[in-house]
Design a protein around this ligand. Structure first.
Ligand SMILES: [Fe+2]
Length: 413
């Protein structure tokens, strides 16, 4: 299990996790050099000013006896009546019906994100009503089928990460807000905040934003100021609710006070700001970029589980995981039969055995799509699942567009 702990609790023999991700590189107090910690390293690490570190308990000291897999750990968390109820209500409109519509809505949100970015860069006024219309469409899609938009967002790599990230965080924030039972008015605020959360990045040069190597102190300060710049730019643009502006300003704050730019802690951070932080980290981790490989959704959720009490309010991180399930819709998975499938919906009683659409055989040959409820497959003689998920894969590693195999007629970019 990957777990975030204070540096003060770091011991020789622990293994600093290799997260293969730059999501946290702007975190001011995070120690990130992977590998086993030696006694002689401890003083240096503590003197570096870092206050937090991710450790991999499966490799180093403090490996818990009877270690269970990340998926099993999440499975236990999901044995909760509230999560079951949500997942059971999950498929109001069947996935195959909503996917084509969700595809058009997703394109519309992407277009909106692009126009906003271009207007901000050119210092042209924004049209809040246009953004509101796009978010309203997202809400409608999520009401019809909570997983369809999320499913599409993870099956294809678009060229401009900043735009897809804005659209994805918008969709995730609406989905999470709906899971929490928020009113439509608050869903609209949340969706807008998701769409606009990185508006301040328009002031950060692309070269700085996408560099894998270290940033200078000035560059780092510029990046860390983007939530405050975003709030200022959107305030100047006019027409956005205060709740949206505040959430934008707070999306990199942390529960333990070690976030930025203000170092707010606990409930000094608005609920919308805390929700955006969860959506932002999840999408950033599960997105593929030229300088950063995506982490599988189930792995990302397991890592976020280990960030409870540090970055996130423990109960709220649990709720986010419950909202998405172990294998969120759109996860590409390999079954023990060798076939590849896309997750369509969670099973409220057996989260490890979701509803999937089998699309490729073991040799990656497209096959007639087949909806399969893994929980309904008869178990083997010992009562163990005969057909189960053995691996979560990165859909972006495949050279063809998986959305076509799901029957989605693609709208040209
Ligand atoms: Fe950000």
């Amino acid at each position: 299990m990957i777990k975030k702990i204070p540096v003060s609790e770091l011991k020789a023999g622990m293994c600093v996790a290799d997260l293969d991700s730059t999501v946290w590189r702007h975190a001011p107090y995070l120690y990130t050099s992977p590998g086993f910690v030696r006694q002689e390293d401890l003083e240096r690490i503590r003197a570096s000013g870092c206050l937090e570190v991710f450790i991999d308990t499966a490799k180093g000291l403090e490996a818990e006896s009877g270690e269970i897999s990340d998926e099993e750990r999440l499975d236990r968390l999901l044995q909760d009546p509230g999560a079951r109820e949500w997942n059971a209500a999950g498929l109001r409109v069947p996935m195959h019906e909503e996917l084509p519509r969700a595809h058009r809505k997703y394109k519309a949100v992407l277009d909106c994100a692009r126009r906003i970015a271009e207007s901000l860069a050119a210092r042209r006024p924004l049209v809040p009503a246009e953004a509101e219309d796009a978010v309203e469409e997202v809400i409608d899609s999520v009401v019809r089928n909570p997983g369809a938009l999320l499913c599409l967002s993870k099956l294809h790599k678009y060229d401009r990460y900043a735009l897809t990230h804005s659209a994805n965080v918008c969709g995730l924030a609406v989905l999470f807000g709906m899971f929490l039972g928020l009113t439509r008015e608050r869903l609209l605020d949340l969706g807008l905040a998701g769409l606009l959360h990185d508006a301040g990045m328009v002031l950060v040069p692309q070269e700085v934003y996408s560099r894998r190597g270290p940033l200078s102190r000035d560059e780092m300060e510029l990046v860390r100021a983007h939530p405050a710049h975003g709030r200022r730019l959107l305030t100047e643009a006019g027409g956005f609710p205060q709740a949206v502006l505040r959430a934008v300003a707070e999306h990199h704050e942390q529960y333990n006070g070690l976030g930025y730019p203000q170092g707010l802690r606990g409930d000094q951070i608005s609920q919308a700001g805390r929700m955006l932080a969860l959506c932002d980290v999840f999408d950033a981790m599960t997105s593929d970029r030229s300088y950063m490989k995506a982490v599988a959704p189930s792995k990302a959720l397991a890592i976020m589980y280990g960030m409870r009490g540090q970055n996130f309010v423990p109960g709220e991180a649990d709720l986010f995981i419950k909202c998405l399930g172990i294998y969120p819709p759109g996860s590409l998975v390999r079954l023990n039969s060798g076939d590849l499938a896309v997750v369509y919906g969670s099973n409220p009683n057996k989260p490890l055995l979701p509803l999937v659409n089998v699309i490729l055989d073991r040799r990656l040959r497209p096959r007639e799509p087949r909806l399969l409820d893994l929980a309904a497959v008869p178990p083997d003689d010992q009562g163990r699942p005969r057909l189960k998920i053995i691996e979560c894969l990165n859909p972006l590693n495949y050279m063809f567009d998986l959305r076509r195999l799901l029957g989605v007629e693609l709208v040209p970019a």
